[in-house]
Design a binder for this molecule. Structure first.
Ligand code: ATP
Length: 355
């Protein structure tokens, strides 16, 4: 539904110009909860602002429902934004804030009143309609900002780090609330965050960004289980990196000499030589038998974390490996620091990373 087609954006001119977006392409489907995820400064907000119409790309196209929208000013695009700081009007009541966009569009008073009522009910803020923003908590202000952005019934809602000002508990509540709102309204959401857990729990699909580029697009499960590059594997969740040698026909040799056929990156097979494998800590198990395990290491730390325990191992080549095991009181950890242990994982749990 939204097509961002080879968009590039630079700030400044000449040799000192900074490339904030470098040939970025992404298609967001109708009614999708789509997340742009990446570290601070990677270009998420710049991409969002170019969809909203606040920044004009230097090259490329942005289409909505097949129509080029680059020529349209922000207020003529069927797109609305919820900003990080909510940007509520302090002198207006909650109801006036929510009705503001509709009043600007010169909608009849009755229609505005009806929509404001409907939106406040949707975000559960009806009892506070006559308060001013200063009389609301952060979470309540966030709800009003959402209601205001939803009131003109945009086709697309852009949310820029919208939950980052909230404390953890409220943030978790609002995550569920946002998913509910999206399902109730059928509006396409494009959500920006640098919080990988938030992205994994909320999104239909995620685009992982770094330094002005999109590195991988996929469902949360795709991205977590099959990261295509080291950056993605490292940024999302915890990962062990194992340096191996690619032989041929999908086979690699691990540091101890074991051969296995891990998952290959999409596209061309790697060239023979060094490759890096990513293995999630919860996809590996420890065993006392070293001989038939693909890797082995010396256990040097056992960290109890409530729901699970992390076993930290030093491998022979100096690399580190962490195995995570869910805690079950009937199967207490029998492994002791100082022990040499075998590390086992299924070949399909090991992903060869691309460049
Ligand atoms: P954050 O999570 O910190 O908001 P972000 O991924 O949203 O980061 P952007 O705000 O898109 O990042 O910024 C991308 C890069 O472009 C940053 O390095 C930023 O300093 C730079 N940048 C953004 N706006 C401008 C501007 N108006 N002039 C110059 N550089 C800018």
């Amino acid at each position: 539904m939204i097509e961002v087609d080879r968009v590039s954006i630079r700030f400044g001119v000449g040799p000192g110009a900074f490339v904030a977006l470098d040939d970025v392409s992404v298609t967001v489907k109708e009614k999708e909860f789509f997340t742009l995820l990446g570290p601070s400064g990677c270009g998420k907000t710049t991409l969002l602002r170019s969809i909203a119409g606040f920044i004009r790309p230097h090259s490329g196209a942005i289409r909505l429902g097949g129509k080029d929208i680059l020529g349209l000013p922000p207020f003529e695009r069927p797109v609305n934004t919820v900003f990080q700081n909510y940007a509520l009007f302090p002198h207006m009541t909650v109801a006036e804030n929510v009705g503001f966009g509709l009043a600007m569009l010169n909608r009849p008073k009755q229609e505005i009143a009806r929509t404001v009522e409907e939106m406040l009910a949707l975000v559960k803020m009806s009892p506070m309609a006559s308060r001013r923003p200063a009389e609301l908590s952060g979470g309540q202000q966030q709800r009003v900002a959402l209601a205001r952005a939803l009131a003109p019934k945009p086709k697309v809602l852009l949310l820029d780090e919208s939950l980052s000002a909230l404390d953890l508990k409220l943030r978790k509540e609002m995550q569920i609330e946002l998913k509910r709102l999206q399902a109730a309204t059928g509006i396409t959401f494009i959500f920006v965050t640098h919080d990988q857990e938030e992205a994994l729990t909320m999104s239909d699909r995620i685009a992982v960004m770094s330094a002005g580029r999109i590195l991988q697009i996929g469902t949360p499960r795709d991205i977590y289980d099959h990261p295509s590059r080291r950056f993605v594997a490292d940024f999302i969740g915890d990962t062990n990196f194992v340096e191996a040698v690619y032989l041929d026909a999908g086979t690699v040799e691990l540091p101890g000499g074991t051969r296995m056929s891990p998952r290959m990156p999409e596209g061309a097979a790697p060239a023979a030589g060094k490759v890096t494998l990513a293995v999630r800590p919860e996809h590996a198990q420890l065993q006392e038998d070293i001989a038939d395990a693909p890797l082995s290491g010396v256990l040097d730390d056992v960290v109890y974390c409530g729901t699970d325990t992390h076993f930290h191992l030093a491998l022979a080549d100096g690399a580190r490996f962490v195995v995570r095991r869910q805690n079950n009181p009937s199967q207490m950890a029998a492994f002791q620091p100082g022990q040499r242990l075998g590390i086992r994982f299924e070949p399909q749990a090991a992903q060869v990373l691309g460049d």
